[in-house]
Ligand binder design. Structure first.
Ligand SMILES: [Zn+2]
Length: 311
């Protein structure tokens, strides 16, 4: 964390580490984590057991005050509630005000900030835990239990069928969406590189929708299907264009053969086709790379992020 956060942490008795400030603020355990994924954001965790008020607290942040506090990704977790604020100017004051007002609200509901975030019981002994990125104090047994249940869920998921063929079918349909956009835009005169990007994303989305599991095989199948389909579409579009020209000119023969002959002999055709080809490959690559990054991120095990980090 940078200087302004170090000062804030010192003034409020919070611990401040590389990318996180945490501790008790306005009577509640909080963690403020600096994260860089599509831009710099601050992820805030309020670690308390809301008990019967969980829904109200969620609505307070995700619905009633979403705009006011510029919040997104409000998620209720076993260890409290997390949310992201994208505001960057005056961020320290913004988060400070937000947490003070949230604390007032929690107090009005009677939420106990000194209790264990997991079980809501009094903490005479506790350990420093890390769950979902945030650091907070909790019962050692509760942390152990939370880890065990996360591992159980992961083992159950691992035991589910992989459904490679279903996933493959989904990737094909998604790839077709990209191909259709590509072909339509090609017809009206654009070689639209964005379509290969969209195709890659649609393929990934439908792979899962059709029942395929998110694992290393998904990455390989989605990448290969998208790439092959877009490249095929690229050439088919040119064949069709050549065929239309041949029809108009009354020339018979194979459009594919004529296209490759032109490509071999005509410098202008060569220049246009290879230029578009290179850009299409690059943008498909960008779409695939985007997929890989987000899939690898999703594949990170929840249990690997639940641990005891201190006494
Ligand atoms: Zn507990």
């Amino acid at each position: 964390m940078d200087k302004k956060w170090k000062e804030f942490a010192a003034a409020n008795g919070l611990a401040c580490e590389k990318n996180q400030c945490y501790g008790t603020l306005y009577g509640y355990q909080v963690s403020i984590t600096m994260e860089v994924n599509s831009g710099l954001v601050y992820r805030v965790g309020v670690h308390a057991n809301f008990g019967a008020h969980a829904k109200e607290v969620y609505d307070f942040l995700a619905v009633e005050n979403k705009k006011k506090y510029k919040l997104r990704q409000v998620t209720a977790e076993d260890c409290g509630i997390y949310f992201v604020t994208t505001r960057l100017i005056g961020i320290v004051k913004h988060i400070d005000t937000l947490l003070r007002e949230l604390a007032e609200y929690l107090k009005s509901l009677g939420v106990d900030g000194t209790a264990c975030p997991y079980c809501g019981q009094e903490m005479t002994k506790s350990v420093l835990a890390q769950d979902n990125g945030g650091c907070f104090r909790a019962h050692e047994e509760c942390l152990e239990q939370r880890l065990q249940s996360a591992v159980t869920v992961e083992n159950m998921e691992a035991a589910l069928p992989n459904n490679y063929w279903n996933g493959f079918a989904g990737a094909l349909v998604g790839g077709l969406v990209g191909c259709a956009i590509f072909a339509i835009l090609f017809m009206i005169g654009y070689v639209a590189f964005i379509s290969s990007f969209l195709g890659a994303i649609a393929a990934s989305f439908l792979y899962s929708r059709f029942g395929g599991k998110n694992n290393a095989v998904k990455i390989v199948i989605v990448s290969a299907v998208t790439f092959v389909m877009i490249i095929i579409t690229f050439f088919v579009c040119y064949f069709v264009q050549v065929s239309v020209i041949m029809n108009e000119a009354g020339i018979s023969g194979s459009p594919a053969a004529v296209f490759f002959q032109l490509l071999a002999e005509d410098a202008d055709v060569q220049k246009e086709v290879w230029y578009n080809f290179a850009l299409t490959v690059v943008f498909t690559g960008v779409g695939i790379a985007y997929n890989i990054v987000s899939l690898v991120r999703q594949q990170k095990k929840v249990s690997s992020q639940i641990k005891r980090v201190g006494q």
